[in-house]
Design a protein around this ligand. Structure first.
Ligand code: NDP
Ligand code: 8X3
Length: 252
């Protein structure tokens, strides 16, 4: 049976680039996101480039456990052999200090970046355990290791994700399942536009004065991790722009 790769948050940014890289391999793709039009556009583009690739788009919010369950249970038999799971959907909201933080922003980050990963992993991993085979890739961040002013809850969510990555590695060790975290620094995607509630001018400033990473850089690293021989598990790859060290960016 043909194997599938499930990528959350494939309607843009890193997830889209990862899906496009993986379209050339002999996998079915299960691509998820909330924005149906964006997701369809990504599917159409991959299909055009790789007509042999079978793609299943799933539109749902990873914050909603019932929606996650319904979506995963709706996967038809021909896509059901999920060998690779990329937990990529995530976001930051605002850069407020704690005393000015909005509870709803905190909820969105915690519910998406931590609980969403747990919901999807809980639903997908039992079949990997049963087969004693599989690969889970979590998209962490430099914020899994560093804290910057205003990063508080986002950084906490990505620190938690790193703990979960190691927890998965420990729990899945007896089952031959690879677990990898890719932890990027500043990358120019829609990330900062989302962080600043659609303020493109404010988002653009984040990437001024240096060359940031782009989604393709991350997709190439994920592809590298996936295509290592089965006995090789890259535990974590931390990648920043050359102009970034930990949280510090050297702007011209
Ligand atoms: P984008 O905003 O470009 O893409 C985010 C993707 O996640 C979109 O496809 C979006 O889909 C999806 N998504 C967000 N929330 C949800 C949700 N509740 N349910 C389902 N899908 C959701 O950002 P990036 O590609 O940059 O971000 C991808 C991951 O990389 C995130 O986890 C982010 O934290 C992490 N990261 C980003 C860095 C950066 O500098 N860009 C650096 C380090 C890590 P839709 O809108 O359709 O729901
Ligand atoms: C996204 C990169 O530096 O905004 O995870 O935390 S950063």
């Amino acid at each position: 049976m043909k194997k599938s790769i499930l990528i959350t948050g494939a309607s843009g940014g890193f997830g889209e680039a990862i899906a496009k890289n993986m379209g050339k391999y002999d996998y079915n793709l299960i691509l998820t996101g909330r924005n149906e039009a964006n997701l369809k556009k990504v599917c159409d583009e991959i299909k055009k480039e790789h007509p042999q690739c079978q793609i299943l788009p799933l539109v749902f919010d990873v914050q909603d456990p019932d929606a996650c369950k319904k979506a995963i249970e709706s996967i038809p038999a021909e896509f059901s052999y999920i060998d690779i799971l990329v937990n990529n959907a995530g976001l930051a909201v605002e850069l407020n200090p704690i005393h000015k933080g909005a509870l709803e922003d905190w909820e969105r980050m915690i519910n998406t970046n931590i609980k969403g990963v747990l919901y999807i992993t809980r639903l997908v991993s039992p079949q990997m355990v049963e087969r004693k085979e599989g690969h889970i890739i979590n998209i962490g961040s430099i914020a899994s290791h560093e804290i910057y002013p205003g990063g508080n809850v986002y950084c906490a969510s990505k620190h938690a994700l790193f703990a979960l990555t190691k927890g998965m590695r420990a729990d899945f060790l007896p089952y031959n399942i690879r677990v990898t975290q890719v932890s990027p620094g500043a990358a120019e995607t829609n990330f900062s536009v989302v962080r600043f509630h659609g303020d493109k001018a404010k988002a653009d400033k984040v990437y001024e004065g240096y060359t940031p990473l782009v989604a393709q850089d991350i997709a190439d690293i994920v592809e590298f991790a996936i295509t290592r021989p089965a006995h090789v598990c890259l535990n974590e790859i931390v990648v920043t722009p050359t102009a970034q060290f930990n949280g510090v960016i050297n702007r011209k």
